[in-house]
Design a protein around this ligand. Structure first.
Ligand SMILES: Nc1ncnc2c1ncn2[C@@H]1O[C@H](COP(=O)(O)OP(=O)(O)O)[C@@H](O)[C@H]1O
Ligand SMILES: [Mg+2]
Length: 218
């Protein structure tokens, strides 16, 4: 069984890049992975990107079940657009469709609402998948990653790895210390990266694939 739930310390930190890189690695290892972006707001860009990285064998409807027009947290958009989505239904869909090899990308971070009663961490918990936590390489990440790991520990969710991504241009002085300090503060947690900043999408994906290759094999 090779399944991952990819979440992040925030939106825009590189979750989709890391999810896509994992799928591409699993795919090139011959595992026929399934991609999921169960909740997506403001278009289906992530779902389509992931579908392709997984070998484009799935329908977009399988990849993404809950879509919202507004670029807002899914729970907020659902309420605004008066389109409630049943958490139980999404959960059942994923449980049925995941198969032996799957990557599920959450939305935003762990405490982002999916509806009035559930958040992203509830979904990871319901599915019982090992979590890949994506964080921004740079100043602030020890705090953001630490807070997210604390929430994962509180919920007894297993952490497959923390992956750092330099999603914005320019290196600050903290980057060279990030990995070492995260490992020191969170013994037993595997910390990967950083994936460097690459303006070119193909280079960016290649860099991310190198960083997560071990996870897709291991
Ligand atoms: N290593 C990188 N180099 C350059 N740009 C990046 C890198 N990682 C992410 N980005 C850019 O940052 C933005 C957010 O990345 P994405 O993977 O979509 O994050 P998330 O899924 O967490 O919202 C995207 O526009 C992406 O192109
Ligand atoms: Mg994304």
């Amino acid at each position: 069984m090779k399944r991952f739930f990819v979440t992040g310390t925030d939106t825009g930190v590189g979750k989709t890049l890391v999810s896509g890189a994992l799928l591409a690695e699993l795919e090139s290892n011959g595992l026929e992975p399934r991609a999921f972006k169960p909740y997506e707001s403001g278009g289906v860009g992530d779902a389509e990107f992931l579908r392709r990285r997984a070998g484009a064998r799935q329908d977009l409807d399988e990849v993404c079940v809950a879509r919202f027009r507004a670029p807002l947290a899914p729970g907020v958009a659902a309420e605004l657009e008066r389109r409630p989505v049943s958490f139980a239904k999404v959960r059942r869909h994923l449980e049925r469709a995941m198969g032996a090899c799957a990557v599920v990308e959450g939305a935003g971070g762990l405490l982002v609402p999916l509806d009035g009663r559930h958040d992203v961490a509830d979904l990871a918990q319901a599915l019982q998948l090992p979590v890949v936590l994506v964080g921004r390489a740079g100043l602030g990440t020890l705090n953001h990653v630490g807070l997210s790991l604390a929430e994962l520990a509180r919920r007894k969710l297993p952490v497959a790895a923390v992956v750092l991504v330099q999603s914005v241009r320019g290196v600050d002085a903290s980057v060279e210390h990030n990995v070492r300090w995260l490992e020191r503060r969170h013994p037993g947690v595997r910390v990967l990266g950083p994936v460097g900043f690459h303006a070119h999408p193909a280079r960016r994906l290649a860099a991310a694939r190198r960083v997560v290759a071990g996870l897709a094999k291991g």
